[in-house]
Design a protein around this ligand. Structure first.
Ligand SMILES: [Fe+2]
Ligand SMILES: [Fe+2]
Length: 282
């Protein structure tokens, strides 16, 4: 049955041009702020989103930022690229088009929180750079987003099965052959996303040290744990979050450090909610 979903991914629409242009910047070392500015200025909706986010409480600038050029200067190329990625992804897979709009909104809030958390973990442990960690965190549950958008009946069956048979989320996924990680990975390949993102989508739960991009996936694994523990947003999985011992070992993280990271993430709560409101709610 897994194959059914993976085959089904072929029918998921291809990415809008602006989104694939932004994604292609991720893999291009020679890309510059000027390239990004050109993409933004060609897209009216994206330009206004960038300005809205730059002026939001997430950044807390005291002066109003009135132009895209100013926003790029103030926030930096990588930050603006992340905003553009978030804004175009959430515009493309907007909750208003989902059958369960609230669940979709909460799933995006979960994704943004994991982005923020993975960025903190990456910076704290130096296992991965902060910026790719945010992007990988933001995208990690795309398999779930696409399931909710294009296969809502199967998401219902999963929920029913959990209740009827008293199964955990993971057990229900297994029983239905509906692994959101593998579906996300197939989607990453369908959309030609950079391989580190496809790997994060595929293995952020079933992480192991043989992965090519283990440190990045590990930052997201820990980020997912922290975000779910904090309870900001909802990924649709009600099970208590677990963190793999091997990840803690490899990143050199202990419980007191995890607690510290959790505290820091909590100080970003309102900022993340503000970003989510700007990207999803308006
Ligand atoms: Fe997940
Ligand atoms: Fe998640």
């Amino acid at each position: 049955m897994q194959q059914r979903f993976i085959r089904g991914i072929r029918y998921v629409p291809t990415l809008p041009t602006v989104l694939s242009q932004i994604l292609s910047l991720l893999n291009d070392d020679k890309s510059s702020a000027a390239d990004l500015e050109k993409i933004i200025l060609n897209d009216q909706a994206l330009s206004s989103k960038v300005l809205a986010v730059a002026n939001s409480a997430y950044y807390g600038f005291r002066h109003q930022i009135l132009t895209v050029t100013r926003a790029v200067l103030a926030l930096g190329y990588e930050e603006i690229r992340n905003i553009c990625l978030g804004a175009s992804l959430m515009g493309f897979l907007h909750p208003s088009t989902f059958r369960d709009q609230t669940a979709a909104e909460l799933l995006w809030l979960h994704s943004l929180t994991v982005g923020e958390a993975a960025r903190l973990v990456g910076a704290h442990t130096r296992c991965a750079e902060a910026d790719p960690s945010f992007t990988a965190g933001l995208l990690h549950d795309l398999g779930k987003v696409v399931l909710a958008a294009f296969f809502p009946e199967d998401v219902d069956s999963l929920k029913d099965l959990m209740v009827r048979e008293a199964l955990t989320y993971k057990e229900a996924e297994k029983a239905l052959d509906l692994d959101h990680g593998l579906i996300g990975k197939a989607l990453g390949e369908h959309w030609d996303l950079p391989p580190q993102l496809a790997e994060t989508m595929g293995y952020h739960h079933d992480i192991h040290t043989g992965l090519t991009y283990f440190p990045l996936v590990a930052a997201v694994h820990v980020g997912d744990y922290l975000a779910r523990q904090m309870g900001l947003g909802h990924s649709g999985n009600p099970d208590p979050p677990v963190i793999k011992e091997v990840v803690l070992d490899k990143l050199g993280l202990d419980q007191p450090q995890l607690k510290e990271l959790s505290k820091t993430l909590n100080t970003r709560r309102l900022a993340v909610i503000g970003l989510w409101q700007t990207l999803v709610k308006s």
